[in-house]
Design a protein around this ligand. Structure first.
Ligand SMILES: Cc1cc2nc3c(=O)[nH]c(=O)nc-3n(C[C@H](O)[C@H](O)[C@H](O)COP(=O)(O)O)c2cc1C
Length: 352
């Protein structure tokens, strides 16, 4: 079980939610058909530009990445540095789809125009974020009970948009009837894709994805659908492929942070043994750590970032999960390095 934080606020202030995870090595995805198209999910506070670039250099398998939503939402005019995460010159790795969380057409268009000026061809609209503060402002999954607001934004934005538009959403905020009610009405718009995280917003990250709920969406749209939610191992993925043969695009977040070799395994690539996995994760980790160290202001930011990653990555070290607590407690770079060293060396704990 790993702790999962849905926002930095949640990480700081409340209990983590739990995410079930089982490691299954040596299973192959079904060989039939073309390889699945895999997109790295956006995780605000984790999968920003440095992470995306370094991850893609070390771990093959993803075909594209979606950037966490651009902040802030309110202003049409804000300094270019706020678009830093998606600047093409910094994003040398996977093809990138920027994401907006706006609920206001004028601001949406203003930011989308700047993204188009950067050379992008597609953006994503986030209709799934479940964070209470966002939901309260009728953004993210907070828009799902209000289909008229969703359609009003699309009516205002789509005719003037210079980019392709996809939507990332959930089955609803409180009720899994919400997305099925909206989907047929989205047929009127030229969307490139709808990615469905098969949970309700009110669930945050708890419980299992609702596969029946996802299945119910399939006949309700002419748009291409992609599946997202709890893809954590090859066996589970194969089961999803078998249940949804019409789906060939998949988005994976926490499963790939927990097991960076998962995307490649889903493409049928051989999975290295534990020693080799540890060696390669270490090289990745050290590069990421050095890049954050140079980029972030001070050790607390650096350690905060690394701790958030370890909440997932610790699953790559079966039997050593209790070291996560020590990582989380590390107050200095020295303490942090000492704990992480134990993982590389395969030791449990030198002094208990
Ligand atoms: C810490 C965290 C931050 C997230 N940030 C975003 C975000 O910026 N935009 C978004 O569309 N989804 C965001 N998500 C949701 C993920 O993209 C994804 O939909 C969700 O984690 C389910 O997929 P998974 O089980 O493969 O991780 C976030 C999830 C987490 C845990």
């Amino acid at each position: 079980m790993w702790p999962v934080y849905h926002t930095r606020e949640a990480m700081d202030s409340s209990r983590p939610t739990e995410f079930p995870r089982t490691m299954t090595a040596n299973q192959s995805p079904t060989p039939a058909g073309p390889p699945p198209f895999l997109t790295l999910a956006p995780l605000q506070g984790v999968t920003e530009v440095l992470f995306r670039n370094i991850f893609a250099r070390h771990f093959p398998g993803f075909d594209a990445a979606m950037a966490p939503f651009v902040k802030p939402q309110g202003q049409a005019r804000f300094p270019d540095k706020l678009l830093r995460d998606i600047l093409p010159e910094l994003n040398g790795g996977l093809p990138l789809i920027p994401q907006l969380l706006h609920n206001d057409a004028a601001n949406f268009l203003a930011v989308a125009d700047r993204i188009a000026d950067l050379g992008y061809h597609e953006i994503n609209w986030n209709l799934g974020c479940p964070a209470p503060m966002i939901v309260r402002k009728q953004r993210g999954s907070g828009l799902l009970p209000h289909p008229e607001l969703v359609l009003a934004l699309l009516d205002a934005v789509v005719p003037r948009l210079r980019l392709g538009l996809s939507i990332k959403t959930r089955l609803g905020l409180h009720d899994k009837g919400e997305l099925p009610a909206l989907l047929p009405r989205l047929d009127a718009y030229p969307l490139t894709e709808i990615i469905i995280h098969a949970r309700l917003g009110s669930q945050l990250y708890e419980g299992r994805p609702d596969l029946d709920g996802f299945a119910a969406c399939l006949p309700l749209t002419r748009h291409r659908l992609a599946y997202n939610g709890d893809i954590v191992d090859v066996a589970g993925f194969v089961a999803l492929q078998q249940r949804f043969p019409q789906i060939d695009r998949w988005m994976i977040g926490r499963g790939a942070l927990a097991d960076p070799f998962l995307p490649a395994a889903l493409k049928g690539m051989a999975r290295p043994g534990q020693a080799e996995r540890t060696r390669r994760i270490r090289i990745f980790h050290d590069e990421l750590y050095a890049a954050y160290r140079e980029r972030l202001a001070g050790p607390s930011h650096l350690l905060g970032r690394m701790k958030q990653l370890w909440a997932y990555l610790i699953a790559s070290f079966p039997g050593r999960e209790k070291l996560l607590k020590k990582i989380t407690k590390a107050m200095s770079e020295d303490q942090y390095r000492q704990v992480v060293e134990q993982l590389w060396e395969g030791r449990e704990s030198a002094r208990g």
